[in-house]
Design a protein around this ligand. Structure first.
Ligand code: NAD
Length: 335
């Protein structure tokens, strides 16, 4: 198949593209290589992909309507995996317009490309942050009680609504994936695990929010990739029987699905820090700080729907995943 991967120089895009090329697909990857974090890491990921067969990289801005329209017109994609977005919860409080450009306009441009060129399945990244503050645990997409508390989360919720609308209006199969705190080799420098490990190797303090009273459903990158790749083949079907007693509340007459991809067990921040100490052999110097605006105290994925649809449940335990991340970090940054 010919597959478009947006955000290919990003953490998840790089890993997904590498995996798909190994399965004999033809990949076109786009990225604007923005400077939200160290561009040399994005460049290194692209260099890593250069050895893979059948991956073409195009430097492109998703908010550029003409460029995206031409991309779809000239290619005829069978599938689209849309991972490009302005990520980050706290950054969205300071830079709201970046989120509107990349996550709203960019998403709309992708939807339009899929509509005009009859893409067989759009799989796109949503986020656990959509659940917000008060969701029942474990979080289940069928509960539909999202209360996003950051602009980032609001744009991800908007992506779900926009995609559902396009699936309903134009019959294009679409699947949203709510990823839960992803970590692993080639990870993002703005995320806690990366910042903590860096500080620990440099003997500097780490910032621990909500005085350590937080938990996250940390999900290893290979589990995310496995989920994305399997979902690609699970084309959502419209449910004509939406109001039947057995229908899930998230099922609709549109060929649209929404899944969590998360490990399925929350880990407290302090336990996570202890795992990092074990993997690095360094002690963490903790600066305890209040809760940050836009943040949520805990996340926890219900993994049943993904399991039912794909036969897959994320399986890399946090201690193993942290160990693999630290190994990669040591090698990549030569510490
Ligand atoms: P990332 O920032 O590493 O990757 C995103 C890539 O998209 C970057 O390389 C960036 O340059 C590119 N990009 C951003 N805006 C663009 C635009 N307007 N045009 C073209 N390219 C653009 O982030 P990631 O961790 O790989 O996240 C991938 C997706 O998964 C994002 O949609 C993110 O919101 C979502 N997500 C990630 C996590 C996580 O824990 N990493 C959790 C939930 C959801």
């Amino acid at each position: 198949m010919k597959i478009l991967v947006t955000g290919i120089a990003g953490f998840i895009g790089h890993a997904v593209a590498r995996r798909l090329s190994g399965r004999g697909h033809e990949i076109v990857g786009i990225d604007n290589l923005n400077t939200y974090y160290d561009v040399s890491l994005k460049q290194a990921r692209l260099n890593d992909l250069a050895e893979c067969r059948d991956i073409q990289f195009i430097h492109m801005e998703l908010a550029d309507r003409e460029a995206v329209a031409a991309l779809f017109r000239e290619n005829g994609f069978d599938r689209v995996i849309h991972l490009a977005a302005q990520a980050g919860v706290r950054y969205s409080l300071e830079n709201p317009h970046l989120y509107a450009d990349s996550n709203l306009i960019g998403h709309l441009n992708v939807l339009e490309g899929c509509r005009l060129h009859k893409v067989g399945h759009l799989v796109y990244a949503s986020s656990s942050s959509v659940y917000g503050m008060n969701a029942k645990t474990p979080f289940d997409t069928a509960d539909s009680v999202d209360h996003p508390v950051s602009l980032y989360a609001a744009t991800k919720k908007a992506n779900e609504l926009m995609s559902h609308t396009y699936a309903h209006l134009y019959g294009i199969p679409m699947t949203g994936l709510r990823f839960f705190t992803v970590y692993g080799p080639w990870g993002r420098p703005d995320m806690a695990i990366f910042k903590f490990v860096k500080a620990m190797f440099e003997g500097k303090p780490i910032q621990v929010y909500n005085h350590g009273d937080m938990s996250r459903d940390f999900t290893y990158i290979d589990d995310i990739v496995e989920g994305v790749v399997r979902i690609l083949d699970v084309i959502p079907q419209p449910n004509p029987d939406r109001h039947a007693a057995t229908a899930r509340p998230d099922q609709s007459t549109a060929p649209y699905s929404l899944y969590n991809i998360g490990y399925g067990a929350p880990v407290s921040l302090m336990a996570f820090i202890r795992a990092l100490e074990a993997a690095t052999g360094r002690e963490a110097i903790c600066d305890y700080l209040p809760m940050q605006p836009g943040d949520v105290p805990r996340t926890w994925a219900d993994t049943e729907a993904l399991l039912q649809a794909t036969g897959y449940r994320p399986k890399v335990h946090v201690e193993e995943g942290v160990h693999r991340f630290v190994e990669w970090y040591r090698g990549f940054y030569k510490v």
